[in-house]
Design a protein around this ligand. Structure first.
Ligand SMILES: *[C@@H]1O[C@H](CO)[C@@H](O)[C@H](O)[C@H]1NC(C)=O
Ligand SMILES: *[C@@H]1O[C@H](CO)[C@@H](O)[C@H](O)[C@H]1NC(C)=O
Length: 420
């Protein structure tokens, strides 16, 4: 996401315009989703594996959702485990990691003591919700996939932050860099991270949509917290915890937004180089920002008031896309639990790294800042630019699909290759 510096005031304007469009868009997407379902079901009939996959997904879906209802109605919680557990999980119990997701009750009431502090009165009201709920860290899961990493060694897990409404972007990612497949015996798997619809939207329909979508693809993790900008750090910490429970066999994590272009081939090459050099254990690479300070311009999406934070930021990477080793992800999870949540998720991860006395590594192949839709760069339309890089911000779903096919056209000849 992070154009911290480049597109300040645009956020609120675009948001207002969209409201009127939401309803018709929603109906359209519902129609589209149903159509997709029917299409997939037809395909599945022809394909025995598909049928089995559908059945598994349906089963998991209904299980997860009936669980949700149970939790909401029964605040005492339930002794039944809401999610699948497998042999791997059982082993891990002894090491102090829970066998399955253990945040089962939605328990996020505001911390009233915050209201009595004198800085709270001075604080920009936009941050009130955040500080009042800052102590709520782990949330129940609405859609889980405990089996995602279970089948054999997964080399690379692609983890994509998305919101329910961005259905088309997820489709494009699934058809391009997020396609689950095996390269030279190395498995690549994909997951999308979502919260619940923010209030005021067509909550019920949006939730139905996402359940359908997950039934088809089985690649959604959803938590029961509102998917708002200031809640993005919740996605970070809930994912780290999830990963720690369910993904012991994974080697690397690529974490990115749903509006980036990823050159999977170059990404895998970077991994190979680091593995050869035996430098993978502390791997954390991306578009690094050092010596940044909090933005005090109140118009900015990334505005942070002095009351909240008054120091320079530690080095951090733009959340548009970065690569980390799973060893490091586990260490990040451990230190994250001792840090207060911070409203900007990229910076929060930087704080965790700093606690480990590590700094992210800058890599010129990651271009998550600076190339935006507003600043039209001539590079934005240049396929060779994409062929030589690892991650590029930020593309619409159509642009991603188009660029992917151009870059993967064998006739494309580029004069020089930047080595990764
Ligand atoms: C909910 O949170 C409050 C305060 O954090 C705590 O005192 C209470 O025990 C929690 N309730 C449940 C059911 O976990
Ligand atoms: C984050 O999500 C929780 C749970 O849905 C909600 O209570 C809180 O208000 C949200 N915080 C912000 C800053 O949007």
């Amino acid at each position: 996401t992070r154009g911290h510096v480049w597109y300040p005031a645009s956020f609120h304007c675009t948001k207002k315009k969209r409201v009127g469009l939401l309803k018709p868009l929603l109906s359209l997407s519902l129609v589209f989703a149903s159509f997709l379902m029917i299409h997939k079901l037809k395909l599945a009939e022809k394909d025995g594996v598909g049928v089995k996959r559908m059945r598994d997904a349906v089963w998991c879906g209904s299980e997860c959702f009936s669980f949700k209802k149970r939790v909401v109605k029964n605040s005492l919680g339930s002794s039944e485990s809401p999610v699948l557990s497998n042999g791997l999980d059982a082993q891990r119990v002894s090491k102090g990691t829970p066998a399955s997701w253990d945040a089962q009750v939605l328990n996020c009431s505001e911390d009233a003591s915050v209201r009595t502090q004198d800085w709270f009165g001075r604080l920009d009201p936009r941050f009130h919700q955040f500080v009042l709920h800052r102590h709520c860290r782990y949330f129940p899961m609405l859609i889980n996939h405990p089996e995602k990493c279970a089948d054999g060694e997964v080399q690379l897990l692609m983890v994509v932050k998305s919101v329910i409404e961005q259905h088309d972007r997820r489709e494009a990612v699934r058809k391009t860099w997020g396609k689950e497949h095996t390269v030279d015996g190395k498995k690549i798997k994909t997951l999308f991270l979502l919260g619940s619809p923010a209030t005021g939207k067509d909550t019920k329909n949006l939730q139905k949509l996402i359940e359908y979508e997950d039934m088809i693809y089985g690649d959604i993790l959803q938590w029961d917290f509102m998917d708002t900008f200031f809640n993005l750090t919740l996605k970070e910490v809930n994912f780290l915890k999830w990963f720690n429970i369910y993904c012991s066999g994974v080697q690397f994590i690529f974490k990115g937004d749903d509006d980036v272009f990823v050159n999977t081939h170059n990404l895998l090459q970077l991994i190979d180089f680091r593995v050869e050099e035996r430098k993978e254990a502390e791997l954390f690479v991306g578009d690094t920002i050092s010596k940044a300070i909090p933005i005090r311009n109140r118009q900015s999406k990334y505005y942070i008031p002095k009351e909240l934070y008054d120091k320079p930021y530690p080095p951090y990477v733009g959340g548009g896309g970065f690569l980390m080793s799973s060893q490091l992800a586990r260490r990040l999870f451990v230190v994250s639990e001792d840090l207060e949540l911070y409203p900007i998720d990229d910076v929060f991860l930087g704080m965790c790294l700093q606690k480990l006395q590590l700094a992210p590594e800058m890599h010129p192949g990651f271009r998550t800042f600076g190339i935006t839709r507003r600043r039209v760069s001539p590079m934005n339309g240049e396929p060779c630019f994409y062929k030589n890089l690892i991650v590029v911000h930020k593309l619409s779903a159509q642009e991603l699909l188009r660029m992917w096919s151009v870059v993967h056209n064998e006739d494309l000849i580029c004069a020089q290759r930047v080595s990764v």
